[in-house]
Ligand binder design. Structure first.
Ligand code: GSH
Length: 248
């Protein structure tokens, strides 16, 4: 098959996710595709050279990943990717107002998500304080919002009466926050119930099982790999209870 034909074949098949073999910014994309029942392939680079080759190919609009090949596009920018998938697979509410509400919930989660995602890269002496800030923010600012949204009897989803990408990302968010602070849901009965119920949806259940494309939390080896691939110097600081300063 010629290079061109092969490329056409790729573009019309399963989405292809370009990233490294870790959660990072791509993990929510994996969650969303899995929840939508979409099979996907991953091209995870293992070296800085592989990442540079992808940049040289001209397929990365901002020389950054995540990038997803889907429907003939090279989609970048995590939120753009997530919104495209959510819209395509009917996970984005029934009207503009529901979409706005979904966006508000998701953007809130993303604020804390960014800190959680980066915390494995923080300096050892900053780890305890980073985890404390994450737990405090989750407890006081974010989890109460989602608990309240689910409080009415029979309210199964964050927005309207159907599953949306806000629900999928909320489950991902809850599990990540629990990894930082086990037991944090004890004060949030509706979220406990939500977690149990959404985890049982067949596609989600499958994604939560070992052997799926879900990635584990970053261990020291994964941090080492990411540091090499992205040429990062370790050194991230949490300042003012939640603002991350990346000091590469
Ligand atoms: N706003 C972008 C940020 C993407 C980003 O910072 N990607 C990192 C990897 S997670 C990257 O490619 N860094 C290399 C660089 O910025 O040159 C998004 O959400 O996709």
């Amino acid at each position: 098959m010629s290079g061109k034909n092969q490329e056409l074949k790729i573009m019309s098949g399963k989405p292809i996710l370009h990233y490294f073999n870790g959660r990072g910014r791509m993990e929510s994309v994996r969650w969303l595709l899995a929840a939508a029942g979409v099979e996907f392939e991953e091209r995870n680079f293992e070296t800085a050279e592989q990442r540079e080759n992808l940049i040289k190919s001209g397929k990365l609009m901002y020389q950054q990943v995540p990038m997803v090949e889907i429907d003939g596009m090279y989609l970048v920018q995590t939120r753009a990717i997530l919104r495209y998938i959510a819209s395509k697979y009917n996970l984005y509410g029934k009207d503009l107002k529901e979409q706005a509400l979904i966006d508000m919930y998701v953007e809130g989660m993303r604020d804390l998500y960014d800190i959680i995602m980066l915390q494995p890269l923080c300096l050892p002496q900053d780890r305890k304080e980073t985890l404390r800030v994450i737990a405090e923010r989750a407890n006081q600012r974010f989890l109460p919002v989602y608990e309240k949204a689910l409080k009415d009897p029979g309210k199964n989803y964050l927005v309207g009466n159907q599953l949306s990408w806000a629900d999928i990302l909320l489950l991902e968010f809850i599990l990540m926050v629990e990894e930082c602070k086990p037991g944090i849901l004890s004060a949030f009965p509706k979220l406990q119930e939500f977690k149990a119920r959404i985890s049982k949806l067949p596609r989600i259940q499958k994604f939560l099982q070992p052997g799926s494309q879900r990635k584990p939390p970053m261990d020291d080896q994964a941090v080492e790999e990411a540091t090499k691939i992205f040429n990062l110097e370790k050194g991230l600081y949490v300042k003012h209870k939640g603002v991350i300063l990346a000091d590469f």
